[in-house]
Design a binder for this molecule. Structure first.
Ligand code: SF4
Length: 325
């Protein structure tokens, strides 16, 4: 992980100056841990107390303003994600940490793996690599292909900050291009984001992996994701004892909006439903509960990421299933 740049440090200093904070809460994803003490020391050098919020952080949905308030922090420094639109009672400065890594050498070496029949591409990325997309667009256009970068559509629940940026729970900048592209090129690390495209679009998805320097065709994994989801939906329909989980993360509250109504609808459908709330929805927190299914009214990607002892189904899918009955 590269050091923090002068611009990033200046952004943090400016936000601290503007907020006149005497104490700040700093949070960052796992990958930044080895550098986090540098940031804490930089803040301390300003005569400001820094507290590292050492809980895992997977997105800008996770703004711990309740903790900031409890600890009397006047600013949250959120590293590694772009502003998601979360309403926070404590001001937040977002330090996105853009990478300047160039994906074109990977394209030079590996583009032969992309089906030559594809003439037009939708380009998407996670926030760290989003600045590389114009380079990829030029590279493709120089070779006679068409390439498009979606401008973030109006936010429903989750705001996208940059052209071509996608999140696990919002692939809007890719989805909006679906009718005019033959395939997607996702530039970045990890399967989490390209899987979001697989689940929400029908076009082939190629992953330009900035970590391994390879290109992967992940399209065939779409069928497995769909099969697994259909199996879980079938198990949910048969389940009588169900837990409905809501996360306390500030930016995931929007997913929970319909949870109470959904509970009533499930009960009308003959299910016994218990409401649960927790910060992160993880399998260990179901220990001891006698349930046959878990309905998730939080981050919609938990269903792909974690293995639970009972089938997990997203609240939106559960609502859709109940409508059919
Ligand atoms: S809700 Fe889930 S997918 Fe969306 S930003 Fe948060 S952690 Fe990522």
């Amino acid at each position: 992980m590269p050091e923090f740049t002068d611009d990033e440090l200046a952004k943090i200093r400016a936000a601290i100056g503007k907020s006149k904070a005497a104490r700040v809460l700093v949070q960052a994803p796992e990958g930044f841990r080895t550098k986090i003490q540098n940031i804490l020391d930089e803040i301390a050098a300003l005569g400001v107390e820094a507290v590292f919020y050492a809980e895992p952080c997977f997105g800008a949905c996770d703004i711990p303003y309740h903790t900031a308030k409890d600890l009397d922090c006047q600013l949250i420094v959120h590293i590694g994600h772009a502003d998601f639109g979360v309403k926070s009672e404590v001001p937040v400065v977002y330090v996105e940490k853009f990478s300047d890594a160039d994906p074109t050498p990977i394209l030079e070496r590996e583009f032969f793996k992309v089906d030559g029949a594809h003439k037009s591409f939708g380009l998407v990325s996670l926030i760290q690599n989003v600045k590389a997309l114009p380079k990829v667009k030029s590279w493709l256009e120089d070779r006679g292909k068409k390439a498009f970068i979606g401008v973030p559509p109006a936010a429903k629940i989750v705001k996208l900050a940059q052209p071509g940026q996608i999140l696990g729970c919002n692939v809007g900048t890719g989805k909006m291009l679906e009718s005019k592209v033959d395939a997607y090129l996702y530039v970045g690390g990890g399967r989490f984001h390209p899987y979001g495209l697989l689940k929400n679009t029908s076009k082939p998805v190629f992953w330009v992996d900035m970590e391994s320097g390879k290109i992967f065709d992940v399209t065939k994994e779409r069928e497995n994701l769909q099969k697994r989801k259909l199996a879980r939906i079938g198990q949910f329909r048969a389940a009588r004892n169900v837990a409905l989980a809501i996360s306390t993360k500030a930016g995931q509250m929007a997913f929970a909006k319909s949870a109470f109504d959904l509970k009533k609808r499930m009960e009308k459908n003959g299910k016994k439903v218990w409401l649960l709330t927790m910060d992160m929805i993880t399998p260990d927190k179901l220990t001891g509960l006698k349930i046959e299914a878990l309905v998730n009214a939080a981050c919609p990607r938990i269903e792909d990421d974690l293995i639970f002892s009972v089938p997990i189904i997203n609240a939106a899918d559960a609502a859709r299933e109940l409508k059919k009955e």
